[in-house]
Design a protein around this ligand. Structure first.
Ligand code: BTN
Length: 272
C-alpha cells in the first residue's frame, strides 16, 4: 500500500524542529492500529520519541473500546512512544500534554483555536475534530512506556465521517473549507509535543494545567458524568494537580473525576 504525497516522510522530517518527538519517524500505508504498533515497539526496546503514522488503519481504536474509523487519505493517525521517568500518578497528565500540542498544531496550520473537552477530545465549533488515546505499560507501580495515540479528522468531507457521528463530529476541512497536508500538521504537533513533554519531564505541571484550564471547553459548564451504569450531573469547576476533573455535585460537594472508564457529556453553562 503506497504512501500519499502529503505524508511523504522526508517532507515531514524537513519540518521537524523537535529534539525527541518524531525521531525516528515511520510512515506506513496501512496498519491495524498505530497504537498497537508503537506499544509493540516499546516492548521491543524502541527509543522514546518514535512516531508512527499510517495513511489508514484497519483496526483503529478510540477510548472506552470504541472503534476509530480510519479510512485512507483523510485522517491523521499517529502514535508516539514515550518513556516518562515520573511516577504513575503524574502520567495521566500526558493526555493534557498531548491535547495542548494537538490544539496548538491545529492552530498554527489551520488558524483554528480548538478547545479541550476533558479528558481526551478536541472540539472545533462545539464538534469533535480529534481524539487522544493514551495507553500505558507498567511494571509494578512504575511506568515502563506510554503509547500516545492521536486521531484527527483532517480532510474529511461530511460523507467521510461515520454517519452516526455527523451531527457531533467535524473535520479541519469542513471547518476552514480547504484541504491541509496531514504531514505538515503532524510535524507541527511533534514540534509542540516536544516542548510540552519537556515541561512535563521537568515537572512544570502548573504551567501545563494553567494552559489546559485556558483551553478547556468544559470548566464553568454543567456536565453529566457517565461511569459504567452511574450518571450524575455537576458543575465542572477545575482541573486537579494530576489532571483529574473536579466536579461540584448538586449537594455542593466537590468530587474528583479520574479519566479511564468515564465519559463526560456537556449539558450547559452554570449551576446544575
Ligand atoms: C478517542 O477519541 O476515543 C481517541 C481516538 C484515538 C484515535 C487514534 S488514531 C491513531 C491511534 N491509533 C489508534 O488505534 N487509535 C489512536
Amino acid at each position: 500500500m503506497g504512501i500519499p504525497p502529503d505524508l511523504a516522510p522526508e517532507r515531514i522530517q524537513a519540518r521537524l524542529r523537535s529534539r525527541v518527538i518524531g525521531r525516528p519517524l515511520e510512515v506506513v500505508g496501512e496498519v491495524g492500529s498505530t497504537n498497537d504498533r508503537v506499544m509493540a515497539a516499546g516492548r521491543d526496546g524502541a527509543p522514546e520519541g518514535l512516531a508512527i503514522i499510517a495513511d489508514r488503519q484497519t483496526a483503529g481504536r478510540g477510548r472506552l473500546g470504541r472503534p476509530w474509523a480510519s479510512p485512507s487519505g483523510v485522517g491523521l493517525y499517529t502514535s508516539i512512544l514515550l518513556r516518562p521517568r515520573l511516577p504513575a500518578s503524574q502520567v495521566s497528565l500526558l493526555s493534557l500534554v498531548a491535547g495542548l500540542a494537538v490544539a496548538e498544531g491545529i492552530e498554527s496550520v489551520a488558524g483554528l483555536a480548538p478547545l479541550l473537552k476533558w479528558p481526551n477530545d478536541l472540539l472545533v465549533g462545539g464538534k469533535k475534530v480529534a481524539g487522544i488515546l493514551t495507553e500505558t505499560a507498567s511494571m509494578e507501580s512504575r511506568v515502563s512506556y506510554v503509547g500516545l495515540g492521536i486521531g484527527i479528522n483532517v480532510r474529511h468531507k461530511a460523507q467521510d465521517l461515520p454517519e452516526e457521528l455527523r451531527a457531533s463530529a467535524t473535520s479541519l476541512r469542513l471547518a476552514i473549507g480547504r484541504e491541509l497536508s496531514r504531514g505538515e500538521l503532524a510535524a507541527e504537533i511533534y514540534n509542540g509535543l516536544d516542548r510540552w513533554y519537556r515541561e512535563f519531564s521537568d515537572g512544570r505541571f502548573e504551567t501545563i494545567l494553567a494552559r489546559g484550564r485556558e483551553r478547556s471547553a468544559i470548566l464553568g459548564s454543567t456536565v453529566e458524568v457517565l461511569a459504567g451504569d452511574q450518571r450524575w450531573s455537576g458543575l465542572a469547576v477545575d482541573l486537579d494537580a494530576d489532571g483529574a476533573l473536579l466536579v461540584q455535585n448538586g449537594r455542593g460537594e466537590l468530587r474528583r473525576v479520574v479519566a479511564g472508564e468515564v465519559s463526560i457529556r456537556m449539558t450547559g453553562a452554570g449551576v446544575p
